[in-house]
Write a protein that binds this ligand. Structure first.
Ligand code: AHN
Ligand code: ZN
Length: 332
């Protein structure tokens, strides 16, 4: 925890220095940068449904790459995407080498939902479905080799996106949507020096040239989006490299009356799946809880055995889901 926090501070300084004219943004809202949003009706998003998809994953046990529960979860996710009417589903299998030398069998899951509109642009929505093999931040040292439930860190983003997929199945938006469930995000080293040891599934995917038929216009990553009392700030790499997408998302939140959940200020900076898309020149933002009031960073139960269903809130899932759903349906 201390090392990660240290890196975050360093990145904060880097990001703030790199955009010194945005120093104000940390303390004021930004009405001038907020795009106009049409006063149309909000699209439905069922928080109870999202919650049930989070619980279904957690009920399978920790989804650590190479375990039976992980593979069962991958099959469950593909089956749900098929049920919701995906036009294509790719289960990309491969092997990656973790920082400790372990060879991990991985399965990335990519589902495409084509728009009814010809020549529509594409948007990628992603979340990791693997869970961390160790509760290495647990207050009890005896727990630090035990795998976590990953209710928030893993299942929450996937649960929200499954409900988004169900909505898309009921009514196609004006854009093509790729739902990407990435693997082996959370097998990283916490030494604070090995940023590339995280997000192994996404790195493998992007190395495989998945967008030879055209890259998505932009994307949204969901990571830890189910915590009780969670608030979401503009993550710094997202703001630096994909600001127009942050602007759209926070404008949708404002339109939906969710400005206390989506605080229109700059938050922390984090190496996460979105940064690998950014390096591949696809602007992707990260909606992530990392300005928790108790820690100033991730929620207190992050990478502990406390990351279980007790800390998951339907209201948080519903607010994030509503913003992402309305973003998609606002695209013409
Ligand atoms: C770092 O800790 C540098 N990146 C991983 C971000 C993360 C871990 N998100 C969820 N778990
Ligand atoms: Zn994690």
């Amino acid at each position: 925890m201390k090392t990660v926090y240290y890196i975050i501070l360093l990145l904060n300084i880097f990001a703030m220095a790199a955009c010194s004219n945005q120093g104000e943004a940390a303390t004021t809202s930004m009405p001038s940068s907020t795009p106009e949003v049409e006063a149309t009706e909000l699209h439905a998003f069922d928080a109870d449904s999202a919650y049930s998809y989070v619980k279904a994953q957690v009920d399978m046990g920790p989804r650590v790459p190479g375990t039976e529960a992980h593979d069962r979860c991958a099959k469950y996710l593909a089956q749900k995407l098929e049920e919701f009417g995906a036009d294509s589903i790719i289960m990309q299998q491969g092997t990656v080498t973790a920082f400790d030398g372990t060879k991990l069998p991985i399965t990335n899951i990519s589902a495409r939902f084509n728009s009814a509109k010809p020549d529509a642009k594409s948007i990628v929505l992603l979340a990791h479905y693997d869970t961390r093999p160790w509760a290495d931040e647990d207050p009890d040292p005896d727990n630090r080799n035990t795998p976590i439930d990953g209710a928030n860190d893993g299942a929450s983003g996937v649960g929200v996106l499954l409900e988004v997929a169900r909505q898309i199945g009921l009514e196609r938006p004006g854009v093509n949507v790729e739902i990407f469930f990435t693997d082996a995000e959370d097998y990283g080293s916490s030494d604070g020096m090995s940023e590339d040891s995280w997000c192994l599934g996404t790195q493998y995917y992007l190395d495989s040239n998945p967008y030879s038929d055209g890259a998505p216009a932009y994307g949204v990553l969901l990571d830890m989006v189910g915590g009780k009392g969670a608030t979401f700030y503009r993550e710094q790499f997202s703001e630096l490299y994909a600001k127009p997408i942050n602007d759209k998302v926070w404008a949708q939140a404002k339109r939906a009356g969710l400005s206390s959940r989506f605080v229109d200020r700059i938050g922390g900076a984090i190496t996460d799946d979105h940064l690998h898309f950014i390096k591949s020149r696809i602007p992707v933002i990260d909606i992530i809880e990392m300005n928790n009031v108790a820690t100033g960073s991730f929620p207190p139960y992050w990478h502990t055995l406390g990351d279980n269903m007790d800390n998951i809130d339907r209201g948080t899932l519903g607010d994030v889901g509503s913003v992402v759903t309305n973003l998609i349906y606002s695209e013409k």
